[in-house]
Design a protein around this ligand. Structure first.
Ligand code: CU
Ligand code: CU
Length: 331
């Protein structure tokens, strides 16, 4: 199908779901393609802007619904011999990825992304995995571990279980995902999540957030129709993330979108330190980072100003299909 597929889906979806804001958005997008006088364009942009920023933002879910995915468990000091134990189950589940648009997902514990897994370097990580879904799955962790803990050859059939156990290494921002074949499908369906390993000496206190970049191919044509952070489209545009100006904001960021070669994060109104993979003190001072699938890092923002600041993919098409949000920076 030609590149117009995603727009057609939006247009097609709008009447079906009868979601007025989405219809408005689709209308705005459809009008974009038509030639128009320069000044009329300004008016159209203003309308679209209003539709995406006000109360009408077409995001599913209520404030706080994604809190468990946004706010990671607390970091712990290094302690020899400690065990960090998690229980994950693969579950087939319909999730609402845009207002009124449902996606037949394969999930870890019912959400896309799955739960945040966190350990301190040298903790013994134990993940009890049960496949309660309808297809064979695994959990493949990024990081250092023995070959038989890699989640590639030990395929877990529906109804079966497997325990992954290894010392968490090296410190940084990592990820986990299913590695069953076809791999593309198991990731696109939603089997992935953030995996944080803290350094032995914890990072300085900060307002910590996790952002996993998601994409959803709702019509099964091999291209994403919606994008988001920690799941649904436009969620953090409807529910801005409140942070204090006085303390560093630390974001554990990972890109898990399938099909698109690249994704990105761009922050308005400020610069940040970006630590690739979070595995050293090396950082870049920038306002935009680019990530291929599996690429991740840690962002640290010291907001200079209070107010409402946008963050979004710098692929504009992704932004308009849901990958946008706001920080509400308070004094
Ligand atoms: Cu799988
Ligand atoms: Cu991977």
């Amino acid at each position: 199908m030609p590149k117009s597929t995603r727009r057609q889906v939006l247009l097609a979806a709008a009447p079906v779901v009868a979601a007025a804001p989405l219809a408005k958005l689709a209308l705005a997008r459809a009008t974009e393609a038509a030639p128009r006088p320069a000044h009329a364009g300004m008016a159209m942009d203003a309308t679209k802007h209003a539709a995406m920023i006000g109360r009408e933002v077409p995001a599913p879910g209520r404030r706080g619904d994604l809190a468990a995915l946004l706010y990671p468990p607390k970091s712990l000091r290094h302690k020899p011999g400690r065990v960090r134990e998690y229980t994950l189950a693969a579950i087939d589940r319909q999730i609402e990825v845009a207002k009124g648009v449902f996606f037949s997902a394969w999930t870890y514990n019912g959400t896309v992304p799955g739960p945040v897994i966190r350990a301190t370097e040298d903790d013994l990580l134990r993940v009890n995995f049960t496949n309660a879904g309808s297809h064979p799955h695994t959990i493949h962790f990024h990081g250092i571990h023995p070959a038989n803990m890699d989640g590639v050859f030990e395929v877990v059939e529906p109804g079966a279980s497997f325990t992954y156990e290894f010392p968490a290494r090296p410190y940084g921002m990592h990820l986990y995902h299913c590695h069953s074949t076809p791999l593309k499908k198991h990731i696109a369906k939603g089997l992935y999540g953030a995996f944080i390993i803290d350094p032995p000496t914890p990072r300085p206190p900060a307002q910590e957030l996790v952002m996993v970049l998601t994409g959803f191919d709702t019509d099964g044509d091999g291209a994403n129709n919606f994008y988001g952070v920690n799941g649904p489209a436009f969620y953090y545009a409807k529910h801005p993330i409140r942070v204090r100006r006085s303390q560093t904001v630390r974001i554990y960021l990972a890109n898990l979108t399938e099909f698109d070669l690249l994704n990105s994060l761009h922050l308005h109104g400020d610069f940040f330190r970006y630590y690739p993979t979070g595995s050293s003190n090396h950082f870049e001072y920038t306002d935009t980072v680019m990530l291929c699938q599996g690429q991740r890092g840690i962002i640290e923002i010291d907001f200079a100003h209070s107010g409402r600041f946008m963050f979004h993919a710098h692929q504009s098409e992704f932004t308009e299909l849901g990958w946008m949000g706001f920080f509400e920076v308070i004094d």
